[in-house]
Design a protein around this ligand. Structure first.
Ligand code: IPE
Ligand code: IPE
Ligand code: MG
Length: 268
């Protein structure tokens, strides 16, 4: 595994980052569906777990690049509720890998002002995994540069159902009236309440689907699909996604002319 946060930034890389930064158009929150570890491994005659191990190197590189670019939130889809249907040995190897990486990298997260958060149904996760996550969350909780959220045992439908249940309980005990339920209140009851919606969603491995990731939160995300398998997705590919993001026109229902007129008004 490479060292996290190389002490010096490669000059060529610094140039690319400066170029991206110069446009000032940055997503505050990036979500990534990290897919293709198994196919990457198969292509190389390796085991699926070797694919997952190689995927950790990509996580490290992307976290480092996001941190250097000043992105404030990165959410990584690490394990879905549906992934519990995978073969038991693969699940157990994935959980062991997660524990190992968390234990090893927590000091690096602290050194680089990165806060770890987790979203997902942790009732399904073993107590050892839960404990390790809690330790890292506790140790990094005062960090404030980048919020790195791991979506573990997560599904968008689970998130929405959970929010519904919490709100229904509040209505039932009289804390809120049904008329008070609006989009803001609903979003405040999702597991991502403290995060802005992701402006950019990336999915690797050439699959064109969402696979039950943040369903509510991606209502207006720009989606970037790439054929690259996750273990090959390094910062150069992230920069491609960011460049494409910077060139997209986010209209939110308005017309292009309206947006241009607004920009001119602001510049006047
Ligand atoms: C993503 O890679 C990792 C997880 C979902 C845990 P996959 O394991 O899904 O890789 P493919 O899709 O089989 O190539
Ligand atoms: C999506 O990948 C979940 C994660 C990346 C954690 P999958 O490989 O599980 O997605 P499907 O099943 O092919 O849609
Ligand atoms: Mg997959």
């Amino acid at each position: 595994m490479p060292q996290w946060f190389k002490s010096t930034i490669d000059p060529e890389d610094a140039l690319l980052q400066d170029e991206l930064k110069s446009t000032c158009v940055f997503p505050r929150h990036i979500g990534i569906i990290m897919d293709g570890n198994g196919r990457w491994a198969k292509q190389k005659g390796k085991s699926r777990i070797e694919g997952h191990i190689a995927g950790v190197d990509s996580v490290q590189d992307i976290v480092e690049a996001c941190s250097q670019l000043g992105i404030s939130a990165l959410t990584l889809f690490t394990f879905s509720i549906e992934n519990w249907r995978r073969p038991k040995p693969e699940i157990s190897a994935l959980m062991k890998l997660l524990i190992k990486v968390l234990k090893k990298e927590t000091p690096q997260l602290c050194e680089n002002n990165i806060r770890l958060e987790v979203i997902g149904d942790l009732n399904l996760v073993s107590s050892t995994v839960r404990k390790t996550l809690e330790e890292t969350i506790e140790q990094t909780r005062n960090n404030h540069e980048l919020t790195l959220t791991i979506a573990l045992s997560y599904s968008g439908k689970w998130d929405i159902t959970n929010a519904c249940r919490t709100i229904a309980e509040q209505v039932a005990n009289g804390t809120i009236a049904p008329e008070q339920i609006d989009e803001n209140l609903f979003a405040a009851n999702l597991s991502t309440a403290s995060l802005p919606d992701p402006e950019l969603l990336i999915r690797t491995s050439g699959e064109f689907r969402i696979s039950n990731f943040m369903l509510w939160q991606i209502a207006y995300s720009e989606i970037f699909f790439t054929e690259t398998y996750w273990p090959d997705f390094r910062r150069d590919k992230l920069y491609d996604a960011l460049r494409e993001y910077q060139n997209r026109e986010r209209r939110f229902g308005q017309t292009s002319e309206q947006l241009k007129a607004e920009t001119l008004r602001k510049q006047a």
